[in-house]
Each structure stands twice: as structure tokens, then as C-alpha cells.
Design a protein around this ligand. Structure first.
Ligand SMILES: O=C(O)c1ccccc1NCC(=O)[C@H](O)[C@H](O)COP(=O)(O)O
Length: 209
């Protein structure tokens, strides 16, 4: 079970997430969880040999990616915008890092899009579609119907995201069949502020599932 804590923006949360496999830094300024590349580098230094570092971008330019990577080493690029398969392929080739493509899921038909991305990405993050009027494309505490992925062949390793919490993650894994999970809002004390106890509880609950 792969566990990712997304939107890490302070040291206490980073320490609490040390038992996770992946931590996500949000490089999208409108987000309340956004960090600068320099801040992400400082946070990474908090935990030696810690989780893999995922950089979350929304329709990034090559310049944004290059400037970010010059300031902070990242292990995986998460693309959470409207990036096409061709754009994912170009980013992966130019920057030489694994790409995790986030896709919003609201119906079984949305899973059909995975086939076009599978040859050019390394992992999927299946999230709820942003609710109408939501200011962010992700991190909205919105779940999707977990039965949609049950028994369905997903053509790359994947993480389940959207509305997960320490209390529902075990059930979500059981119903969806997910081999990995990702959380942001569900481990926060208030929007954009991680609660270290909830972070640790989420990791423990996902590991026990
Ligand atoms: O978290 C954000 O602020 C964010 C902003 C812009 C694009 C994506 C964002 N988050 C993506 C994630 O990976 C979240 O962990 C995922 O959407 C689940 O979020 P939540 O439902 O809040 O747990």
C-alpha cells in the first residue's frame, strides 16, 4: 500500500508524514497549501532519507518546471491540470522524472481516458472532479464513487484520492481496490494547515487496511 500525504507546508507535518511513502509539495500559488521551491527544499531537509518528494503542478510551463527543479530535488512530477498525453510525454522526456497524471473521475466513462495516457505516464492519481465553482482543481475534500474502480483493470500503478480521511481510508481501499492512497484536506486542522496527529493516524490506518 503506497501512502501519499499531499500539501506539506510545515515542519511538523513533514515529521508526521515521515512514515508515508510520498509527500507532495503544491507548486500552484492559488492553493492555500502552496510552497515556494526554496521552502520545499527546506522542508525536505527536515527528514533525512524520508518519503519520496512529489512536485504537484497545474499546467506548468517548462520554465516553471526547470526553475523549481533547480531549487528542490523532486522524485516524481504530479500533473494536476489539463495536460494532454502529448504534454505528459514531453515533460517526462525533457525532465527525466516519473510522471503521475491526476485525472478527475465522476463516471465509468472517465476511466476510458486512462488508455491514452498509459504509454506516457508512470502512475495515475484518480481524484474526484473538482465540484462546480471550486477554486482549485484538487484538494477539495470531495470523494468519488469508489465502486467505479472495483474490479477494473487500471493500466498503470495508481493512487486513490479525494475526500479520504483517517476514518474512511480503510473502507475506501476495500471498496475501490486501490493499491495506494493520497490525502490532503482529510488530515488538516483547517484549510491549508496540516494536523500532525491526523497525518500520523492516516498513515497508520492506510497501512493497517
Ligand atoms: O491540494 C491542493 O491545494 C491542490 C491544488 C491544485 C491542484 C491539486 C491540489 N491537490 C491535489 C492532491 O493531490 C490532493 O491530495 C487530492 O486532490 C486529494 O485532495 P483531498 O480531497 O483534499 O484529500
Amino acid at each position: 500500500m503506497l501512502v501519499k500525504i499531499c500539501g506539506i507546508n510545515d515542519e511538523a507535518a513533514m515529521r508526521a508524514a515521515a512514515g508515508a511513502d510520498l509527500v507532495g509539495y503544491v507548486f500552484f500559488p492559488p492553493s492555500p497549501r502552496a510552497v515556494t521551491p526554496a521552502r520545499a527544499a527546506a522542508l525536505s531537509a527536515t527528514v533525512s532519507g524520508g518519503p519520496l518528494r512529489v512536485g504537484l503542478f497545474v499546467d506548468p510551463t517548462d520554465d516553471q518546471l526547470a526553475e523549481t527543479l533547480a531549487a528542490v530535488p523532486l522524485d516524481i512530477l504530479q500533473l494536476h491540470g489539463e495536460e494532454t498525453p502529448d504534454r505528459c510525454a514531453a515533460i517526462r522526456a525533457r525532465f527525466g522524472l516519473p510522471v503521475m497524471k491526476a485525472l478527475g473521475i465522476a463516471s465509468a466513462a472517465d476511466l476510458d481516458a486512462l488508455a491514452a495516457y498509459a504509454p506516457v505516464v508512470d502512475r495515475f492519481l484518480l481524484d474526484a472532479k473538482a465540484p462546480p465553482g471550486a477554486p482549485l482543481p484538487g484538494g477539495n475534500a470531495a470523494p468519488f464513487d469508489w465502486t467505479l474502480t472495483a474490479g477494473r483493470a487500471i493500466p498503470r500503478p495508481w493512487l486513490l484520492a479525494g475526500g479520504l480521511t483517517p476514518d474512511n481510508v480503510a473502507e475506501a481501499i476495500r471498496i475501490s481496490g486501490a493499491p495506494g492512497v493520497d490525502v490532503s484536506s482529510g488530515v488538516e486542522a483547517s484549510r491549508g494547515v496540516k494536523d500532525p496527529a491526523r497525518v500520523a493516524a492516516f498513515v497508520a490506518a492506510a497501512r493497517a487496511a
